[in-house]
Write a protein that binds this ligand. Sequence first.
Ligand SMILES: [Zn+2]
Length: 1021
Amino acid sequence: MLLMDGCIFRQVLCFFVLVAVGHSAARAQSETVQLREPAAITVSSAAASRVPVRSSPRLLPPEPSTVQSRVAGLQLPQYWMDIDLDTDGGEVHVEETVRWTNPGPVATKSLVFHVVPNSQPDEKTLAIAERTVESLRLDPRNTIDRDGQRFHLKSVQLGGQSLRAHFDPEADTHLHIQLPEEIQPGQSVEVTLRFDLDLPPKQGRLGQHKGVTNLLNWYPILAAYSDQGWDAVPYIPWHQPWLNEAGVYTVRLRLSPGQVAATGGHVVARSVDAAGHSILDIEGYGLRDFTIVASDRFEVYESVSNGIPIRVLAFPEHQGHARLCLQIAAECIEQYSDWFGPYPYQEFELVESYFGWNGNESSGLVMIDERILDVPQLAGRYVEHLVSHEICHQWWYSAVGTDGYREPWVDEGLAQWLTRFRMEEKYGQDAEVLDLPGGSKWGLPNIHYRSLVHSGYALYTSRGGDGKTLASLEDLGHIHNLFFLVYDKGSRIVGMIQHRLGRERFFGFLRLLYAEYKFKILRADDFQRLLEDYTGESWAQFFDDWLRSSRTCDWKLANVDTFQEGDKFRTVARVVQQGDIAEPIEVALHLAPSGNSRTDTIVEAMPGISGLADRQWNDSNSRQIDEKTWEFSFVTDRPPKQVEIDPDGWVIDQSPGNNDWKRGIKVRYSPLYTPLDEARLMQPFEKPAVVFGPGFDNEGRIGLRGSFIASNVFRVSPFLAYTTETNNENLALGVDSVFYNAPWPNWQLGLRYEHSLLTNINNDPGDQAKLYARKILAYTTSLIRPDLSYFDFYARIGDNFFPDADTSPMAPPGIDDYRNIRAFGATFHADTRMPYWNPRSGFQFDANYEHGFVAFGDGQTYDRVDSQFSIVQGLPEGHGYLSETRVAARVAAGYGWSDNGEHFRFGGPGRFRGRHSDETEGNAFWLTSLEYRFPLTGELDLEVVDNLAALRSISGSVFYDVGESFLFDKSQGGVDQAIGGGLYFDLPLLSFVETLTFRIEYGRSLERESGVFWFGLYHAF
Ligand SMILES: [Zn+2]
């Protein structure tokens, strides 16, 4: 499974849309952001020749046969399934016969099966599920099956005798079947289960959505059997906690008329009964699972690679990416067969579906989410990355099984590394991911491949994370840690094994691993032991350092000395290990260019790295000085230009910034500078960079801006910004900077200073600054919303009291509008609402206190405190349309003293919606609101410009605001009430990258008999 890559991918893609939406959206935002059927193939196999293929259209229970393992010594479990998939009725009726041979060494009197559809999520699981689907930008109503328990067991029989069966009270996905007598090692038992499933109208593993039916991990499958007996692992819904033996499958699948199915295994016979049902006889050898995806919407694209038939089943509208997938699949099957050994099955299928996460591997079948095939054509290389990863799992997960609950690293680390290696061999080191018009010659920002796949672990450690890579899903806790530690760091650990072995030995090892563990289960210990056998040396330290601990490696180029010896140059570089792991590295010496030179770069390696013989330089060497220090010496006939540790980026280095002799900074000119240019994924991997150019900033001001960026460390952006706010133009020179995880992890220090070059009486004093320290308690996955929870401590000077205060009228005499102040304060923000674009439940709380001095104000000081609490709750499920609606409420109040000051604006898009922002300003206010929110449309899916943006749905609201504003502690015209309504447009950007809610609201003040229209992003509260 590959999930989180998409989360990071979207962080960058989203900015493209922000560019497309441009200046006007930025302005609107500032108002509210305080907030087919395939040709029948009959491939016969060794197994098929032994299993009589019935051509009768009648549904008969399949007869158990004695298919023997084709791998010496393996007694794979055998499954005969008769499946009646009633897509119209949303039901599945199944008779499943399982034959199991006890592999030993202990006898048992029970069988244990995993039955995922029996799970019923508890509150904690639901909470994790909601945040997970929010980060995927999915509507939880379409994706979370709150009821669960879709499995209905009718009978369990052994030779006509009924058996007792029960679900484990501690683990509701574990089905225990009591056998009449003990099964001794080597003995076999055969049981028949009859069960029904009811399919929820949901995306995901089990369900139906938009005419597609998914059956993943859907039937009782035997748990693994170990030295201690049955080893059933817990079900963790947010990843693939599978520990399955490979099985032999003989399946009869009956489909509703018109349905086409993609399955693992291969179809050996097909027929149609009198009622129009398709009946498929399917077989599969060595499958870890048996997945079925059915729809009447598929078009089928076919090809052959290495003699393996390949089919892609996709919707007609996604023909472009479907053909790309077919080509990638053909390339991958050929390449991976060459790298690891032959593709393990008789055919391969890739099917488009709705399940939410980006890609999913099953035996013989890869599922790709509809939203991936819906990304713009320019993001085709991302589709290739994803498809390459999922197909790699056919070898690592499917043929070679793993313990996906305890050791997800074993298959995910391999699949992710091998995908990166394939992509870089094809496209070059750290290639650009997006195929932009004009390419890089226009200076357009692009996603760097290594930043896409490897920036997560650095982010994780910079925030203080110190988890282990060889950890269970339980220990990892959530999908983000899984991505950081297992996919990102885990894949680079596999890369370091390749680095030590060299390419040819590494792939030799993988071929050995595949041959030894095909249709068995590979564990990390086996991986290590086989590697030790293969190389003849211990890998204990390596596995302990990199996988079983959170130790780190940080090579530093301590110093470089150069000497001229006759007509030769000697360069001596000392490198020091500042971390725990002295992982062997290469050091590269780059020479000044010369017309008749043999090479421009010399690479010298520490012992322990193979495959560099052809790159050795006669007159260079490396030697160890002490435990932590190595010396690299080069003799050249030209002077050195640069010395670089680990030039190809094999080793995970905690601070790559100290790996160069001369700190090279990549400078890029951007012809249209936008906030996109500042995104982490747009910078070269692990190197500081400068980008500059004319353009606009995230407040919509135009001008010149540049940024000096070191990912996860800081961003410093000087700017010259010009704005015409209403009738008041301004030109400002300033700097805007953020230091991440400073002074401690999960803190930020920010400084912003600007000096007005055009001043007039309304924006005196012309200097504004804010310095803040923020403790982030919970991060958001949105690119636009504030983080979920944080404290701010700040100090500021200037008169930017309200975002557009420069244009507000001067206050009347006797009233202080705080134009030139020095202030400090604290803010707290917490937001538990989900999903953020149209919350169904949760609350939001904000509080602020500020103490200030009025400059030149005779020592006059002021204090101000304000707070807002809001809550939203969907109506209970089961009431049809009403259940789709939500009620929201809020209370807010503020008090400022002295009481002659304009501390607060009463009206505004985030306050009382019946009055303009600058209409009423006072020293105190209170406000309460009640709002009813309801859908106006179902899913629309109107896409524009190759799905750069889309309109998913429209909803509406009616609201009531009531409140009062005070000045001199006296009411400014009494209590005012506003009634109004709004329209909310749900706008997904770039398929799954971000979701905006664009709002239009109208509020009418009953007191003033006047109304105001509001435009902005997201709900008011
Ligand atoms: Zn994966």
